[in-house]
Structure formats: C-alpha cells, structure tokens
Design a protein around this ligand. Structure first.
Ligand SMILES: *Cc1c(COP(=O)(O)O)cnc(C)c1O
Length: 360
C-alpha cells in the first residue's frame, strides 16, 4: 500500500504504526473477544484503557498536581462556549487576544455570555504577527486572559507565554504535544484530538482545580466542568474510539522522545519548508512575522494565483494531499503535525525547488 503524503490541517495524518495497531485490534481488543468500541464505558477493558490513557497523558505532558484532565465531545468549538459559560464573570468580563480566525470564533462565543475586552487585535496586520508577551497587561479584574497557541489558518504561533496575574486560558488544538508546555502557567487548556493527538471526537481539557472554585453557578450539568471533573470525565459516554486512538498516539509520542522529541521533529520539518521559502528569492513568500512562524501550519504564497493552482496540481501529481490554503486566506498551507514523516516534508521542499526551476 502506498500512503499519500498527508498535509491536511485536520483531521490529519496519524502514525502508520497507530493505524496498523488499530487494524490488528479493532475486532478483538487485547484478546478480550470483542472490540473496545463495543465495550461499555463502565466495563473493565474500557476502564483499564482509559486509566492508562490518562496516566500516559499526565506523564508525556508532565501535568502537575492540582490539575484535572479529561476528554469531552463537541470539539474545540464547544470549549469556545463552555469556557465563558463557566468562567466569564459578567461583572468582570474576560480578556481575549485576537490572533486570527480561531481566536475570533472563541471571542464571538464569549460575547454572547458577557463583556469581552479584546486586548490586542491582529486585524491591522492581517493576523500575521502576535504581541510581545511582556507588553500584555489586561485588567487585573478580568476573569481570565484567552489566547490561541497556534492559529491553524493564519500560521502564527506563540513562542512564550504571558504572565499577567490573571488566569491564563489557551486553545492548543493545533499544536498540543508538539512541544513542552509549562502547564503550571495555565488555568485551563483545551485541544481537539484531530490535529495532533488522534482521531476526531475527543477534546482534551486540562483544568486547574483551584480555577474551578471561581466558576459561575447555574449551568446545565453537561456544560459544567465540575460535573466532568467529579466523574473523572465519565459523566456521560465518552468518545471511546477517539480516546483509544489518543492512547496509541501517546505511546508513539513516548517511543519517539516525548514532547522534546516532537519539538525537535517540528523544528526540523518546519525549517525544511521555511528554508525553501526564504531561499527562493521571493518566489515563495510567507506572510508571517519570522518571530511567530508556526512550526505546525506553514502558510505560503506563489507569485500569482495561476501559479498557485499549477503548484497545487503538481503536489497532487506527487501523491500529496491537503496543501490548499484555507478558503478565507487562499494560497498554500502545509500542515506538519507530529505524525507526518520527515521524508514527506523533504519531498515537498524538493518539489518547491523543482517547480520554481521550471516555472520561475
Ligand atoms: C480545528 C481547531 C478548532 C476547532 O475544532 P472543532 O473540533 O472543529 O470544533 C479550534 N481551535 C483551533 C486552533 C483549531 O485548529
């Protein structure tokens, strides 16, 4: 079987070992005589798999004491709403940094719940840069400060974290597990599985227990983080298949050097493309400020839309998928999540040079 070189932004590439393991185990999990997706979430095979997943996650992400973590359904998008429902104090408001498409969606949801201050907005620079962390000074009264660690569409990524005396909350959907995160700086982190962690369905929520004490009351139980924390993420049926996939991906991450190993891979792969862009004499252009270039989603343009269409056709010809830029920004986008092999990125960098030689 020849596999495509998969640059999709999400759902996205999984390690081939993980897919093979799923294939081997799908009908007969652990020799139990049934599938994990056929097992009750109150049964032994599930319980063991689930507790192993949580233990692995705690280990790989080095989650300190005083935090709870679990998987919910509803994607990152549900978190855009759940977060302000639970934590936006209407008397105090919340502060959002608007770094692009995903932060915009989150702040629009928060505005439904209560007052939102946009501390910084990248609109004037077309969302190609981020504010320096030491300049970020939100109102000390604000319920929390919100940021999106990696803008999947715009291709900007935070490299350091603001410390500003109010709870820090981050959407890490598209760069979770790609680097080491100082969890203790955050009060809440969420991330959908389908970019870097596993098949779509599960959304990881990591929450500081102390933060839960500041929660709004009178929220329907299903939307209340406390219900999920109290039942260790099993308040209702969890996304079993996705969680199983996350477990296999975490094992793969651990075998490959943990988050430090993933950070190295991400650095190597993204440099291959950024070098190809920077050494093209302006033929390929990255709109993103160098200081904040994403290691996960590399956004670039060619001299014309005709050439971009031709380039896209050439990638397809070369067995590559997912390189078309998001419809809102156009151009090209290569998503280089953890599981994408280095060779696939080398192939793309080579194709870029060859395409320029022929069409430049
Ligand atoms: C994909 C993505 C989301 C949305 O995830 P859904 O699972 O589709 O709700 C949110 N934030 C970021 C940064 C993303 O990349």
């Amino acid at each position: 079987m020849s596999r495509k070189k998969n640059f999709f932004a999400g759902p996205s590439v999984l390690p081939v070992e993980v897919l093979k393991e799923m294939e081997r185990e799908i009908a007969n999990y652990n020799d139990e005589g049934l599938s994990i997706v056929e097992s009750s979430h109150r049964s032994e095979p599930f319980n063991t798999m689930y507790s192993e997943t949580l233990a692995l996650l705690g280990e790989v992400m080095e989650i300190p004491e005083g935090y709870s973590y679990f998987f919910l359904g509803g994607g990152g998008s549900l978190q855009f709403a759940m977060l302000p429902l639970n934590f936006l104090n209407p008397a105090k408001g919340a502060t959002y940094i608007n770094s692009g498409s995903w932060a915009t969606k989150a702040l629009q949801e928060a505005q439904v719940i209560g007052p939102v201050a946009t501390y910084w907005d990248g609109k004037d620079t077309s969302y190609t840069t981020l504010p320096a962390v030491n300049t970020i000074k939100p109102s000390p009264e604000s319920s929390y400060l919100y940021l999106c660690s990696n803008e999947t569409i715009g291709g900007v990524q935070w490299k350091e974290w603001p410390e500003c005396g109010i709870p820090l909350v981050a959407d890490m959907s598209s760069d979770i597990l790609s680097r080491s995160i100082p969890i203790e700086k955050f009060s809440l982190i969420f991330a959908g599985a389908q970019k870097n962690m596993g098949p779509a369905g599960a959304t990881l929520v990591i929450i500081k227990d102390e933060f839960l004490e500041h929660q709004n009351s009178s929220i329907p139980s299903i939307l209340d983080y406390r219900s999920h924390q109290k039942s260790n993420g099993l308040y209702n049926t969890p996304p079993v298949f996705s969680i199983w996939g996350v477990k296999l991906v975490l094992e793969w991450v651990k075998r490959n050097g943990g988050t430090a190993g993933m950070a190295q891979r991400a650095q190597l792969k993204s440099s291959l493309l950024y070098d190809a862009i920077d050494q093209s004499g302006g033929y390929y252009r990255s709109p993103v400020d160098r200081d904040y270039r994403s290691t996960m989603n590399i956004v670039f343009r060619l001299p014309s839309e005709e050439l971009e269409a031709k380039f896209l056709a050439a990638t397809k010809e070369a067995g590559m998928v997912g390189l078309k830029g998001h419809r809102s920004v156009g151009g090209l986008r290569a998503s280089l999540y953890n599981a994408l092999p280095v060779e696939d990125v080398e192939a793309l960098a080579n194709l870029m040079r060859e395409f320029q030689r022929v069409n430049g």
